[in-house]
Design a protein around this ligand. Sequence first.
Ligand SMILES: [Zn+2]
Length: 245
Amino acid sequence: MFYFDDFYGKKILKSSLLSDYNCFFTTREFVLTSKDRIDLEKTAENNRLFLKEKLNAENIITANQIHSAHTEIINKDNIFYDNTDALISNIADTLFIMNFADCVPIILYDKTTNTGAIVHAGWRGTAQNIAQKTILKMQKELNIKPKNITALIGPAIGKCCFETNADVFNQLIINKQDLSLYEKKNDKYYIDLKLLNYNQLKNAGVENIDICSYCTCCMSDIFFSYRKENGKTARHSAVIKIKRG
Ligand SMILES: [Zn+2]
């Protein structure tokens, strides 16, 4: 179950599945990156300093997200990953974030080994199975068992607002019989990106999944929405700090 919580006076969103971990989603009140909003640059910079101080971390590791299916395991020498849409780490005390405005943010965490990952799954990443690829990489390269992974599918654009044309629909929906995944109205398709990612995680062997019902476009007073704000927006973030085992 998702619930709003307070991070030293700033509103964040957490899940009861990882309530004892530093794994959460930020809101408009706690912007860490501004990207298309120059006016928020200073606020975001101050908030990053605040986050590092409160979580007692030297760096905030992040990536330049490009809607790919490229995943990286964080190494100690690199704090910025170019052209990467999922970051994975099993290094104690590592603090890392990825940034979102409508795309699906996924936090993965294995409590038995203290290994975490953040996935950025927009429609392109979802079509390229980035969530499933991240699980496979954790399994192959770090010996993580999918059944030990807890997954949080965070706030993202919902089926209510993710209107697409046939081109995007055909790339995303393989099984057109599965009417839980989309609705068709006139010539438009309304697609459930969160459910598509949920299915990918299930297929990869993840059993413990919390899925957030909030739509970022409907709730743009709390989260950032690229679609609602016509691209002129900042980002909310998914945050993980790896626990020391
Ligand atoms: Zn909506």
